[in-house]
Design a protein around this ligand. Structure first.
Ligand code: ATP
Length: 210
């Protein structure tokens, strides 16, 4: 089973990488694709260029074979609607292959505002990465989806191609790309929040310097 994890990755950090590995190991994914988005739909645009974000991502995961950087959203350009990306995976994998989309709890809460959320649930399972015991689904439509689709059995995700919602508790690391960019802009070190190779690239290319 393959998993997909989209983000700005501006830059990629240990928060992303650790939760990615948590899910890979817990769900025994053969592969997890990390997909940097081209243009954000709901937030400000990334600071580093697509090429820089992709290169930093590749440097971060080069020695972890189950993590793979996927640049299809960067190549497509324009707003990165998840539903469009998922259709390209379905074209490649066919309709029967189980496919999991990893989303943070914050992103999951905003699912009703995404482009075509019901289509997304028809294309993939959602794996919601959350804090232990965190409340989820304040939105009534989303709560209904959770009631209808929730499974607590990871094996169930392999028995159908899409449509289930699975909540996974992941390692809590209070790291954000915003903080890393801010530290760099202030001339301070964000070391130990992200891989050294990523930091070296960010510095060499002055991705986040003022
Ligand atoms: P920014 O600070 O620029 O908003 P970010 O650190 O949140 O960036 P993104 O690339 O926007 O990183 O995140 C992509 C996905 O990774 C999101 O779904 C987000 O919830 C998740 N994520 C980011 N940081 C962490 C973290 N420390 N632990 C768990 N998940 C994270």
């Amino acid at each position: 089973m393959i998993g997909l994890f989209g983000g700005t990755f501006d830059p990629v950090h240990f928060g992303h990488l650790r939760v990615a590995l948590d899910v890979v190991q817990h769900l025994q994914l053969e592969q997890l694709r990390l997909l940097p988005l081209a243009a954000a739909v709901h937030r400000r645009q990334p600071q580093a260029s697509p090429e820089q974000r992709m290169a930093m991502l590749q440097a971060a995961i080069c020695d972890e074979p189950c993590l793979v950087a996927d640049d299809r959203e960067l190549k497509r350009g324009g707003p990165s609607y998840t539903v469009d990306t998922l259709h390209t995976f379905r074209d490649e994998l066919g309709s029967q292959a189980p496919l999991c989309l990893l989303v943070g709890a914050d992103a999951f809460e905003s699912l009703p505002d995404w482009h075509r959320p019901l289509d997304i649930l028809g294309l993939v399972h959602l794996v919601v990465m959350q804090r232990p015991g965190a409340p989820t689904a304040r939105d009534p439509w989303l709560r209904e989806q959770v009631e209808q689709r929730r499974t607590d059995d990871p094996a169930a995700l392999r028995l159908q191609a899409s449509g289930l919602i699975y909540f996974q508790t992941v390692t809590q690391l209070d790291i954000s790309a915003t903080r890393i960019r801010r530290l760099l802009a202030q001339g301070k070190s964000p070391r130990y929040l992200l891989p050294d190779a990523v930091l070296a690239m960010a510095r060499a290319n002055r991705c986040y310097a003022v």
